[in-house]
Design a protein around this ligand. Sequence first.
Ligand code: HEC
Ligand code: HEC
Ligand code: HEC
Ligand code: HEC
Ligand code: HEC
Length: 285
Amino acid sequence: MESPKTGILILALVAVATVAGGFLGWTIRQQGPSPQNAVALPAGGPSADHLRATYDPIHFKPAIDSATDAQCLACHREVLEDKVRETSPAGVKASTSKAWYQQLSTYTGEQDTFHRRHLVTPMAKELMNLSCTTCHQGHDPREEAQSSSATAAPQSDKSFTLRKQVNVETTCLKCHGQMNAPVMGLPSPWPESKEMFGNSCQTCHAAIRTKRHQVSYLKAEAIEAAGTKNADTCYGCHGGRSWYRISYPYPRHAWEGMAPEVPDWAKDRPTESEARFLIPTVNTK
Ligand code: HEC
Ligand code: HEC
Ligand code: HEC
Ligand code: HEC
Ligand code: HEC
């Protein structure tokens, strides 16, 4: 046991250290960027000043439209290199806590980060071809809100939605919406009705809405191949991992044998994928 005297001494020391630490932190902040505390960047690359880097033109239109992953990763390596903890601070093992969106038969490997699951894990590489700018279209570093000041992104800017850095309706919802079972004429949600259709989406989709996935961020052939082996591959992106209570209003591409009359639910649907994702060769046909 410590004597009361030592206790008081320790308390005093802690108090001095805290004040000094706070003051030191304050002085460092006051100094601003210096060669010692600046971010290390590739020589000849963009500015090494943190604030300048935050506002680097590459974050905004028009530069972001032609940015490559390598350019973004020059400053944001952590996005692909960071890994999740194996054990939480409270002692729970990541490997024993599978969330609801990790229950499909297609889920493999250790727990991983959001970015890695979309860009570098085996399934991501097999089926998708996402790049940073598929999701990141520019955001406002000062305040994640359009029109918050004269110099902020204007209200018409749809690159991101309020308090977010991306536009979730035009990105996430495409692969994380509800399955539109009513338009498909399914008698019940897919998990309940799948046996009726041989547990295969292609039972119907070999002939219906056959022009699909012709976009730069998806690997159409690999998706068909994987979906033939396991319908959970298809269901995963079309209801099986839905973060939303709505479905994405997919474009309705004309397909061979399609009835000429457009059903009411499809009247406002585009008939082409979003322009920025069109694959040039498919487009010129
Ligand atoms: C010159 C280095 C540099 C480049 C190149 C760069 N960034 Fe950044 N980025 C930064 C810095 C610095 C910040 C501010 C980070 C902070 O303050 O936490 C930032 C912030 C961000 C943020 C917001 C993070 C937050 O917490 O507010 C996103 C998203 C982002 N960058 C994405 C990208 C994407 C996508 C690209 C490629 C198109 C890119 N960045 C290219 C340096 C860079
Ligand atoms: C599937 C869509 C998607 C892709 C692809 C993607 N991001 Fe992100 N990124 C997000 C979302 C969503 C967030 C969190 C945004 C928020 O908090 O509002 C985010 C956050 C970030 C941040 C902020 C820090 C953090 O880790 O939360 C940075 C920096 C960033 N992304 C950079 C990148 C870079 C660089 C790439 C390409 C290598 C990339 N992102 C690819 C969706 C994506
Ligand atoms: C092109 C399709 C696609 C888009 C767009 C997309 N995702 Fe995903 N997402 C997937 C797939 C596929 C998986 C499953 C990855 C796996 O199981 O390995 C996934 C998994 C996830 C997971 C679970 C990761 C884990 O650790 O299990 C989260 C969270 C997630 N997505 C959120 C988002 C958000 C937020 C956005 C929008 C910024 C987004 N996704 C955009 C296809 C997509
Ligand atoms: C009973 C036959 C049938 C089965 C089984 C079926 N679908 Fe469909 N699906 C349809 C029909 C019919 C449509 C609407 C066709 C149209 O546009 O007129 C449709 C439309 C879709 C659409 C577009 C929805 C929209 O809002 O534009 C997607 C995505 C889709 N199906 C995915 C799937 C997936 C994934 C599976 C398997 C998990 C599946 N379907 C199983 C018949 C089926
Ligand atoms: C990695 C996620 C992903 C997987 C896996 C996936 N889809 Fe899709 N699917 C999408 C996205 C994103 C779109 C919208 C693309 C666009 O904008 O043209 C789409 C569009 C569709 C459409 C609408 C076609 C149209 O008229 O444009 C149908 C039908 C469909 N998918 C069925 C399937 C079937 C069947 C499978 C399995 C063989 C499957 N999907 C697997 C993400 C996925």
